[in-house]
Design a protein around this ligand. Structure first.
Ligand code: PLP
Length: 375
């Protein structure tokens, strides 16, 4: 049975060039970047080259990139520091954030007694900017945390516009850019975001590594304590093979961005057309036109009773799609993202998130649609 992977918002396949690069490090560069001998110095230079590569791709200074174990850690780190170090008294966010933000904010709310305000979500899944402005008119030391691209619907936030609004109101702005880094151009000299986070496994890099961008002048304190790595603010021996792999993956993603974006967009358009032909009453969660080219959230015109077995039935045919974020895929609970802007009746309908990469083909889409028709 041919296996079909259409869950690229959950994670992506490693690019072969990245695997080769990582293998070279694993086999040859086993020095500890903190050691002062030649093994350590070579490892350190590879580490700093990776930082420089990533910084250049985002148009920031190398010192503004701090390596972490991924985006969950980076989000928690920034959000906790906003309260403990930057002394914000309020976090403004939304109910459609990834749990790595939402649960971290809930934790802060419970343990630090900060105020949390949720920006309203419109019926197309985008944020209500007027409501955000209204919330910002209250002068409280604030951090705004809004994701760039929603991982379930693909809805894109205008990062430059929101960052500019936050600057005008003199509040900090953090963005979870996990789904956009490597898939959209990001020039951080133009976008006045204070903090953003990324995760390598979302752009065909390795799992268990990511980074935080911390704008110069904003210093964060470590969550845990140890060595002097990462200027002492994120101690622990650096995962060199992962970090070098991440830099390589990001570099290739940006080199190939235009070609891969065009290819994937065409594949997504094809999927939409085929679905509309075969299921005349199909609907899409969020605005298809405002969504990232890699994500399509489909609401199937099938009986609500089909919801629970939908993923299982597709999986039996070797097809991997998802209902929402990976941690929810196996659960029967409705998606917290869809629940934030759909009607109760719409939420109960069978929805699937199809998320694409340049490794997918039209033939795979045809097989998916056949499988959906057979449900
Ligand atoms: N934020 C978003 C939007 C995501 O899609 C994910 C991945 O599922 C994360 C955060 C968590 O990232 P990581 O797997 O690096 O912890």
């Amino acid at each position: 049975m041919e296996k079909i992977y259409l869950d690229n918002a959950a994670t992506t396949a490693l690019r072969p060039e990245v695997a080769t690069e990582m293998m070279g490090i694993l086999q040859n560069e086993y020095g500890n970047p903190s050691s002062s001998h030649s093994f350590g110095r070579t490892a350190k230079s590879k580490l700093e080259l990776a930082r420089k590569t990533i910084a250049q791709l985002l148009n920031v200074a190398a010192q503004e990139i701090i390596f972490t174990s991924g985006a969950t850690e980076a989000n928690n780190w920034v959000l906790q520091n906003a309260v403990t170090t930057l002394q914000v008294k309020r976090i403004i966010t939304t109910r459609v954030e990834h749990h790595a933000v939402l649960h971290a904010v809930e934790f802060m709310q419970k343990n630090q007694e900060i105020q949390v305000d949720f920006v309203k979500i419109k019926t197309d899944g985008s944020i209500d900017i007027n409501h955000l402005m209204e919330l910002l008119s209250e002068e409280i030391p604030t951090l705004v945390s809004l994701m760039h691209v929603n991982n379930e619907t693909g809805t894109i936030l205008d990062l430059e516009e929101i960052a500019t609004i936050c600057k005008q109101h003199a509040v900090y702005f953090h963005s979870d850019t996990v789904q956009s880094v490597g898939k959209m151009e990001l020039d951080l000299q133009k976008i006045p975001v204070d903090f953003m986070v990324a995760s390598a496994h979302k752009f065909h890099g390795p799992k268990g590594v990511g980074f935080a961008f911390i704008r110069k002048g904003l210093s964060l304190k470590p969550i845990f304590h140890g060595g002097e790595q990462e200027k002492g603010i994120r101690p622990g021996t650096e995962s060199l093979h992962n970090i070098v792999g991440m830099a390589k993956a990001l570099q290739i993603s940006y080199q190939n961005l235009e070609a891969e974006r065009n290819y994937i967009q065409e594949l997504k358009d094809y999927t939409i057309t085929q679905l509309q032909n075969k299921f005349p009453d199909v609907a899409f969660n969020g605005s298809v036109n405002k969504a990232l080219y890699t994500i399509l959230n489909v609401r199937l015109p099938l009986d609500a009773s089909k919801s629970s077995m939908l993923l299982f039935n597709l999986d039996m045919k070797g097809i991997a799609v998802s209902r929402g974020s990976a941690c929810q895929s196996g659960s029967a609970r409705p998606s917290h993202v869809l629940a934030a802007f759909l009607t109760q009746e719409e939420v109960l309908k069978p929805s699937v998130r199809v998320s694409f990469s340049h490794f997918n083909t039209k033939k795979e889409i045809d097989i998916l649609i056949e499988a959906l028709l057979a449900l």
